[in-house]
Design a protein around this ligand. Structure first.
Ligand SMILES: Cc1cc2nc3c(=O)[nH]c(=O)nc-3n(C[C@H](O)[C@H](O)[C@H](O)COP(=O)(O)OP(=O)(O)OC[C@H]3O[C@@H](n4cnc5c(N)ncnc54)[C@H](O)[C@@H]3O)c2cc1C
Length: 381
């Protein structure tokens, strides 16, 4: 992939993450998907490369890289396995939230473990009765002396059960976004339990479970930021998270495009390699063009977030919507170009299509991304 605008350091990051992806992710991705295996040992190896705390300050064990660097990392990881790349993106979203909003004690307590990925993190916002309308969550945290008691159910939590650290959004005040606070819970906290691992279309190499909070009593120092800050913390986490998920779509689709080019070269029909058919070449050309356009928007949004651009939120939403839609369409087209073999598990294309489908849904659906962009245009609240 030609990347003329990358710095020397960014080229080195892509090379190191590419080596890791080829060695540790790509060879096992289909097997993990089939067995629904979450490879925590491989995650610890990723952390040895600095991928456990990509946006965390070096003094807390992180890599202190930019969002722009992050897009390169997640695109590269996803060429090997979009599901594992997606989980690493979520883990880094939570590590960033603790690094950015936590106090010194909280950073010292959780960040070293998260950066080494000896401890994994989950993000708990969605509930059975509140997804897109996240400000309507019903999980409650009630102050009781020097503690809070949390009750409620979180739905669709990635990594749940395997993670040690859970950032949970819960209501401490009145209805609406301002009544929400963020808490850091640990897997061993009494009253915390997990639902069954959901049966899913894709993202099978990582668990998705309910997180059930039944009178979880935690000391008040588990509050992240101040009371009432939780919705803002959750949304700011998602701005960066959406770039990571979009980058995962780009990487998965790129792998599918590359596989299609080689496949069409080796597959013969009507007396010649299929790659000689100009109609198919044009499809590859369109797929490559669409991915370049998606990458350009993704990099623009990442730079905006790095630079604190006032349009960063809308740009992240535009990028998440456009890149995940484009990535899915390209991967689906790659499946068609493989004919019947694209539908077979062993070729790896159908897995990419299944994995990329959920990127259009999670961390805010692509309809909600349009709501955010439209709000920026119209000035509506
Ligand atoms: C595999 C997987 C992993 C996930 N991981 C996590 C996680 O780790 N942590 C977490 O908190 N959540 C997670 N989620 C939840 C995910 O973020 C939600 O599913 C998503 O935000 C949508 O919420 P919902 O499913 O309740 O859909 P709903 O909100 O019920 O939406 C249903 C449909 O209506 C549309 N819609 C809703 N409101 C509007 C509107 N105003 N305008 C136009 N269309 C609208 C939606 O776009 C969607 O198409 C995960 C989900 C999945 C499937």
């Amino acid at each position: 992939m030609p990347m003329p605008t990358l710095t020397q350091e960014q080229h080195a990051i892509v090379e190191a993450v590419g080596d890791f992806t080829r060695e540790h992710l790509a060879p096992s991705a289909i097997d993990w998907d089939r067995r629904k295996h979450f490879p925590v040992d491989v995650l610890a190896k990723a952390a040895d490369l600095g991928l456990g705390g990509i946006y965390v300050a070096e003094k807390h064990g992180g890599s202190a890289l930019s969002r722009r660097d992050g897009t390169l990392i997640f695109e590269t990881l996803a060429t090997g396995c979009p599901s594992i790349a997606g989980y690493i993106s979520i883990h880094n979203m939570v590590a960033w939230m603790i690094g950015h909003y936590g106090d010194d004690g909280q950073r010292a307590r959780w960040l070293p473990g998260l950066c080494s990925m000896r401890e994994l993190a989950s993000y708990c916002l969605t509930e059975p009765g509140a997804g897109s309308d996240a400000a309507a969550i019903a999980t409650r945290a009630v102050r009781d002396g020097d503690a809070y008691i949390l009750d409620g159910v979180k739905q669709f939590v990635s990594g749940a059960g395997a993670s040690q650290v859970y950032v949970v959004m819960a209501r401490t005040g009145a209805a609406g976004a301002r009544g929400i606070s963020a808490f850091v819970l640990e897997r061993d906290d009494s009253g915390l339990s997990f639902g069954a691992n959901e049966e899913k279309m894709g993202w099978n190499a990582q668990p998705t479970r309910q997180v059930i909070l039944d009178g979880v009593r935690v000391p008040a120092d588990r509050l992240l930021g101040r009371e009432g800050d939780g919705f803002r913390i959750a949304m700011n986490g998602l701005n960066g998270g959406r770039l990571g998920i979009a980058a995962c779509s780009l990487g998965g689709a790129r792998a599918a495009l590359e596989a299609s080019t080689s496949y069409l070269e080796s597959r013969r029909a009507f007396g010649a390699p299929l790659l000689h058919a100009q109609g198919l070449q044009f499809q590859l050309a369109d797929m490559a063009t669409e991915l370049e356009a998606a990458r350009a928007l993704l990099w623009r949004a990442a730079t905006a977030l790095d630079e604190g651009d006032p349009k960063a939120v809308e740009l992240c939403a535009m990028a998440k919507r456009f890149v995940t839609d484009t990535g899915f369409a390209v991967a689906n087209r790659a499946l068609q170009l493989h004919g019947g073999y694209g539908y077979l598990t062993e070729y790896g294309i159908e897995k990419i299509v299944r994995d990329l489908r959920v990127h259009q849904i999670l961390e805010g659906t692509n309809e909600i991304m349009r709501v955010i962009v439209a709000r920026g245009l119209t000035g509506a609240a």
